[in-house]
Design a binder for this molecule. Structure first.
Ligand code: ZN
Length: 333
C-alpha cells in the first residue's frame, strides 16, 4: 500500500565523497578518527578537480532522489579547486532536480591562503544569490582569526555557519561558543557536554559516527533542535532515522519512535520548501518498516523521480560516468 509524505532533508552531507566507494582503501588501517581524516578524506579532498566534484555531486543527487530526499545541506572541501566549486555542486543538483544548501568548509590546514580562498568562495557564492551557509571544517583546524572571519561573514550575509563540532575527542569546540547563533548547523556533537552553551541545530549522523567509532552522541540530551544527516554516506534518511532509533533504544529502551521522527522532521526548519515536495513511498514509513522505497518524487511541482527512476537524468549513465571519473581520480590521488 503506497503512502505519500513530504520530501526528506539531509541536514549534513558531503556530496564530494560519492566517488569514494570506487577508490582503493587507505595505504594502512587508520588508528583512530584523526587518521581516518588524514589517510582518506584529506587525501581525497585535495585531489578533487571540478570534473570529480561535478560527477560526485550528480551521483549523490541521483541517490538522494531515489531515497526520497529532496533537499541536501552540503559541506564541501576541495583545497586544489576552491574557486567556483560551490557553483559546480549547485548546478549538478539543479540538473538532477534536488534542492541543495551549499557551504565551503574553511580551514587553515593549507595555510592562511587556503583559509582566505575558502572564505572568498563562500562569500562569492552567497553574494551571487546562491543558497548556502558559511562553511567551516572544524574549529580544531582553524585559527581564532579564521573562526572569527567565518562567523563575521555569516552575520554580514545573514546566514548561519555549517561546521563539524566535537566529532572526535580532539576538537577545540569551546572557541565556538561565543560565536554561534541559532542559525548555525553543528554536525555530530558526539563529545559535547550536555550543557555546552552552543546555539544552533545539532545534526546527528549515527551511521557515520558508528563507522568511525567516535561514539554515540546521545542527542536526546541536548536542549538544541536536532536534525538528521548522513555525513556523506548516501542520503537515505529513512534508513538513518531507523538507525538513529535503534541507537537511541540501545541506550534508553523506553524512548518512543516520535523522538527520532522529530529529528527527521527538523530538517524542514532548515529547508522549508522540502515540506511541500511530495514523495510517494512503496509503503508507510516507520522506524520498523525496513525496505520502504521512494516510488515517485515531485519537487516544486515537477516529477523528478517516476517509478523509482530519475526523470531529468539517466541514472545508469550518471553511475557509469561517475565510476569512470572515480577511476581517473584513483590514478591521481
Ligand atoms: Zn561531515
Amino acid at each position: 500500500m503506497t503512502a505519500q509524505g513530504p520530501g526528506l532533508v539531509c541536514a549534513h552531507h558531503h556530496l564530494y565523497s560519492s566517488l569514494a566507494r570506487w577508490l582503493p582503501g587507505p595505504a594502512r588501517t587508520p588508528l583512530g578518527f584523526l587518521e581516518v581524516l588524514e589517510l582518506l578524506w584529506w587525501r581525497l579532498d585535495v585531489a578533487l578537480t571540478p570534473a570529480d566534484i561535478a560527477w560526485s555531486a550528480r551521483l549523490g543527487a541521483v541517490e538522494a532522489l531515489e531515497a526520497g530526499c529532496t533537499a541536501i545541506v552540503d559541506h564541501h572541501e576541495s583545497p586544489a579547486a576552491i574557486d567556483g566549486s560551490l557553483d559546480v555542486i549547485a548546478e549538478a543538483c539543479a540538473e538532477v532536480g534536488v534542492r541543495v544548501v551549499c557551504a565551503y568548509g574553511v580551514t587553515d590546514r593549507h595555510g592562511a591562503g587556503g583559509a582566505k580562498a575558502g572564505l572568498a568562495e563562500n562569500e562569492r557564492f552567497l553574494r551571487a544569490g546562491g543558497r548556502g551557509l558559511v562553511g567551516v571544517h572544524a574549529s580544531f583546524t582553524c585559527s581564532d582569526d579564521t573562526l572569527e572571519a567565518a562567523a563575521g561573514l555569516a552575520t554580514d550575509l545573514d546566514v548561519g555557519v555549517h561546521v563539524h563540532v566535537a566529532e572526535g575527542e580532539g576538537d577545540t569546540w569551546p572557541r565556538l561558543a561565543r560565536l554561534a547563533d541559532e542559525r548555525w548547523l553543528l554536525a555530530h556533537g558526539v563529545h559535547l557536554p550536555d550543557h555546552h552553551g552552543l546555539a544552533g541545530t545539532i545534526v546527528h549522523n549515527p551511521r557515520s559516527n558508528m563507522n568511525n567509532g567516535v561514539g554515540y552522541a546521545r542527542p536526546a540530551r541536548f536542549a538544541n533542535p536536532v536534525a538528521l544527516g548522513t555525513d556523506g554516506i548516501g542520503a537515505d534518511l529513512l534508513e538513518e532515522a531507523r538507525l538513529a532509533f535503534a541507537r537511541l533504544r540501545e541506550h534508553d529502551a523506553t524512548a518512543p519512535p516520535t523522538v527520532t521522527w522529530a529529528w527527521l522532521e527538523q530538517g524542514w526548519a532548515l529547508v522549508p520548501e522540502a515540506q511541500a515536495d511530495i514523495v510517494t513511498w512503496s509503503d508507510e514509513p516507520g522506524v520498523f518498516a525496513t525496505g520502504v522505497r521512494a516510488v515517485d518524487v515531485v519537487v516544486a511541482g515537477e516529477v523528478v523521480l517516476s517509478e523509482g527512476r530519475t526523470t531529468r537524468v539517466d541514472a545508469d549513465e550518471v553511475r557509469a560516468r561517475a565510476a569512470e571519473q572515480a577511476a581517473s581520480l584513483a590514478g591521481r590521488w
